[in-house]
Ligand binder design. Structure first.
Ligand SMILES: Cc1cc2nc3c(=O)[nH]c(=O)nc-3n(C[C@H](O)[C@H](O)[C@H](O)COP(=O)(O)O)c2cc1C
Length: 357
């Protein structure tokens, strides 16, 4: 009943996308979302090519419904000096000591896996491919287009959306300021865009001719109905799925969300070097005391990853990156499949298609 040009293009029943979430969305989540009639999305940015391939096989064994695989467009390699790294290490020193971690001997190196990851997507004939942080180089965009896959890009400003459409995007995610996790900005990438979703959707819808997906702060059917009323073809929800049993967010992260103790999540570059919205904790605040020492993405991500991994094992939420959007205090305790079904029903009610019984 809620179908439109975008749901037809994607081959889905409901105008609902389970957001790609590197580090949180699992193949099980993708399967459950797609089976329930939404578009399940595998956030594969932090996976090795082999992990991506086996996740795709796992999803295909369980569902014949469409799903998306999403990657991060590769960052520009940068040369870091020893003093840059030394400065960035400074606020981490006390945290490392607390966790009994010795100082790393060498600067962690960035190993660009992007081309190998993309190769797997093309070999596996993935039919819906999304990129965060802009589109990759023309050559790779051409490979995706030649494969016949639908290409999704993410815009946080109307001008970004125009660039994405001109570069070949078939569908554009309008990601509002409210969104959890990394902002998809790719122009002046270290400066977060500040446009909220209500203002962003109609501006992007008017600026491009391709379908638009709305993302950021959508937590229930009311939000979805509002996004569709403003011209989006579907809503993409990340935070709403973070506390589901299929999510691999840390249990303490889920608990904070379910107990509605996440406060007001805010942007930080402290964990990765790029603006990402998450629950405020000590690590964020300690690192932000010297904002100029934060390394660019992905170097800050690499530099903080050992701390985050040990914090996860030893249950120390003060040192975890706990991404969440501004709707964090509306998270509900449901499985992924149930969430999609409830959202679809709420959307129909909010849109006046179905009455509350
Ligand atoms: C934990 C987490 C991880 C995310 N990882 C990705 C990702 O890998 N790729 C991507 O395109 N977007 C990613 N996002 C952003 C989502 O696609 C989406 O824009 C956002 O979740 C929407 O806002 P909401 O969380 O308020 O629903 C992530 C979001 C979260 C919360």
């Amino acid at each position: 009943m809620m179908q439109n040009a975008l749901t037809d293009l994607l081959g889905i029943e409901h105008p609902i996308i389970q957001a790609p979430m590197a580090s949180a969305a699992t193949p099980e989540m993708v399967i459950a979302a797609s089976e329930a009639g939404a578009l399940g999305s595998l956030g594969a940015a932090y996976m090795s090519p082999d992990e991506i391939r086996s996740s795709i096989h796992q999803i295909r064994r369980a569902t014949i419904r469409p799903f998306q695989v999403n990657l991060f467009s590769p960052p520009e390699p940068r040369k870091l000096s020893d003093s840059d790294v030394g400065r960035a290490m400074e606020p981490l020193r006390a945290i490392r000591q607390e966790l009994d971690l010795t100082e790393p001997n060498e600067v962690p190196q960035f190993k660009d896996q992007f081309l190998a990851q993309l190769k797997v997507l093309l070999e596996e004939n993935i039919s819906i491919i999304g990129f965060h942080f802009g589109l990759p180089e023309t050559e790779e965009v051409e490979q995706v287009k030649a494969s016949g896959a639908l290409l999704i890009g993410c815009a946080t400003r109307p001008s970004d959306a125009v660039i994405l459409e001109q570069s070949g995007a078939d569908i554009i995610v309008a990601q509002g300021f409210e969104a959890g996790g990394h902002q998809g900005t790719f122009i002046a990438a270290e400066e977060p865009s500040t446009i909220g979703l209500m203002s962003l959707i109609p501006q992007i819808v008017d600026a491009v001719s391709v379908p638009v997906i709305a993302a950021g702060g959508l937590m229930d059917g009311r939000g979805l109905a509002a996004a569709l009323a403003l011209g989006a073809g579907a809503g993409q929800l990340g935070t709403a799925f973070l506390a589901t049993q299929e999510s691999k967010a840390h249990d303490l992260h889920k608990k904070l969300l379910l107990e509605r103790k996440g406060g007001v999540p805010r942007f930080t570059r402290a964990f990765s070097g790029r603006p990402a919205r998450g629950i405020v904790n000590r690590m964020m605040e300690d690192i932000e005391k010297t904002p100029n020492a934060i390394l660019p993405f992905p170097y800050q991500h690499i530099l903080t990853s050992e701390i985050r991994a040990v914090a996860a094992k030893t249950n120390k939420p003060e040192f975890l990156s706990m991404w969440a959007g501004q709707g964090a205090n509306m998270v509900r305790n449901m499985s992924t499949g149930e969430m999609v079904r409830v959202l679809a029903k709420e959307l129909e009610i909010a849109s006046g298609i179905q009455r509350v019984v």
